[in-house]
Design a protein around this ligand. Structure first.
Ligand code: MG
Length: 321
């Protein structure tokens, strides 16, 4: 007999197995590409519901908008479904809905349908939100034609969301202005999609972070990645919290960042476009696609050594999004 564990929801190896073995589906792209329509869905169970930099509502809208952008779509319409625990404060719910509306407006999407279900007290942790989204494909970005030497770009600092949540939840009480990076990325990414730079692949490195994102992309493929520790932007306070908790920043969730695989010839132009937006100021190339180490993410450390950044198996950060 086998049972579902928290690790099945971690964005780790067990999640991939769950998707393959139980749902008999592929977990390739962030949204389905259906002709010129992109379609995606995501559920959110973050704990705490309100955190520095955002709340579950902002997270739900941003997450879905960003998943649509990943496949080269302009996000257009969202649905939102709430599962609410009886006894939940109405004022808190109003706050969450307001923040969803604000983020939707900012992202240029409309929330066009929704649903609410109330369950007994103690049967869910305040509120869970599912959002689905539809976008119009500007050009499909499906992870094809990835080749040796393609650049890997990250659009900003890594690990902010995961460690901001852990800092509050674990009551580390660290004196820091660290907040979640949660944000919809329409203003940052849409200009890139609408330009003619050769984007091979995009993913928002949410659960499982940068390590999961890159491992998933080279899973069963004939290429791997070589990335460089000194190039990966990480905030100093994130480094400190990471050290205290013994979790590497590369495994921490991001909610307002994009990982982009870009043809080398267009890298500089892509970086210029990204840096012209506030959200992409510290965009940088952190490494390259390499056919020498298929299915492996090799981290070149600051000390000149190499090690494999593995796919996360256990979840040290449940309920992060
Ligand atoms: Mg995603």
């Amino acid at each position: 007999m086998s049972y579902i564990t928290l690790d099945h929801g971690s964005g780790g190896k067990l999640t991939l197995e769950l998707i393959e073995n139980v749902f008999k589906a592929e977990s390739g792209l962030d949204s389905a590409v259906l002709g010129d329509i992109a379609f995606t869905t995501d559920s959110h169970s973050v704990k705490p519901l309100f955190f520095k930099g955002g709340d579950i509502g902002k997270l739900a809208v941003s997450g879905t908008v960003n998943d649509l952008l990943c496949v080269g779509a302009k996000p257009l319409y969202l649905s939102s479904a709430f599962i609410i625990e009886a006894g939940f404060e109405m004022e808190k719910l109003k706050k969450i809905v307001k923040s969803m509306k604000e983020e939707a407006r900012k992202s240029g999407v409309e929330i066009v349908c929704g649903d609410t279900k109330v369950v007994e007290n103690g049967k869910c942790d305040g509120v869970y939100i599912n959002t689905s989204g539809i976008g119009k494909i500007i050009r499909p970005i499906e992870g094809k034609n990835i080749k040796d030497g393609d650049g890997i770009i990250v659009t900003g600092t890594i690990g902010d969301h995961g460690f901001a949540i852990l800092n509050e939840r674990e009551q580390l009480n660290l004196e820091t202005d660290l907040k979640s990076d949660v944000s919809s990325l329409t203003d940052l990414i849409l200009p890139l999609i609408e330009s003619d730079v050769d984007i091979k692949f995009m993913r928002d490195p949410t659960r499982g972070g940068l390590a999961m994102c890159l491992n998933e992309l080279c899973y069963r493929r004939d290429f791997g990645f070589e990335i460089f520790e000194e190039k990966i932007p990480v905030r100093e306070d994130v480094r400190v919290i990471a050290e205290i908790l013994g979790i590497e920043p590369y495994y921490a969730a991001n909610e307002g960042k994009m990982v982009i695989v870009m043809d080398k010839k267009d890298e500089e132009r892509a970086l210029d476009i990204l840096k012209s937006n506030e959200l992409g100021r510290s965009a940088v190339t952190i490494g390259r696609v390499s056919s020498k180490n298929p299915q492996l993410v090799i981290l070149n450390t600051k000390f000149g050594s190499k090690r494999v950044l593995r796919m996360p198996t256990t979840d040290k950060m449940p309920r992060i999004c």
